[in-house]
Design a protein around this ligand. Structure first.
Ligand SMILES: [Zn+2]
Length: 134
């Protein structure tokens, strides 16, 4: 896609610090890292969100995310890693080309905290039924 910054990185029009590349995916360091080794994994095929994805190709992408996560763990001796994938503006997605954030973690690094659970009373049965029937 012409105006997509990630497609420009794939095409080499914008430089990046590549950590992994094959025919289907590219992984490179996030230029605004929240932790040392913060890496993005993107499909070479342009699609905006998980909602636009072919489930099979998204599955392949996820497999490559696991591969890159292991490389990061081996290289940086992490205590853990966050794998985040935002879809839509409301979720915090900024670049509308599907991507996974791989964020290496150290004990007590204070980088991210998991959001608080919602305080309102939740009707779990109703929500589960609604999603499973969709
Ligand atoms: Zn793109």
């Amino acid at each position: 896609m012409v105006d997509c910054i990630f497609c420009k990185i794939i095409n080499g029009d914008i430089p990046s610090y590549k950590v992994y590349e094959d025919e289907e995916v590219l992984a490179f360091l996030d230029i605004n890292p929240v932790a040392l080794g913060h890496t993005l994994v993107i499909p070479k095929e342009h699609y905006e969100t998980v909602f636009d994805a072919q489930e099979e190709s998204f599955g392949k992408l996820s497999a490559k995310v696991a591969k890159v996560a292991k490389k990061i763990n081996n290289a940086l001796d992490c205590d853990g890693i966050n794998i985040l994938q935002n879809n839509g503006k409301a979720s915090g997605q900024v670049i509308f080309h599907v991507h996974f954030h791989l964020i290496p973690r150290k004990e007590d690094d204070g980088v991210l905290t998991f959001p608080n659970v919602i305080g309102e009373k939740v009707n779990f049965e109703e929500i589960a039924k609604k999603i499973s029937k969709a």
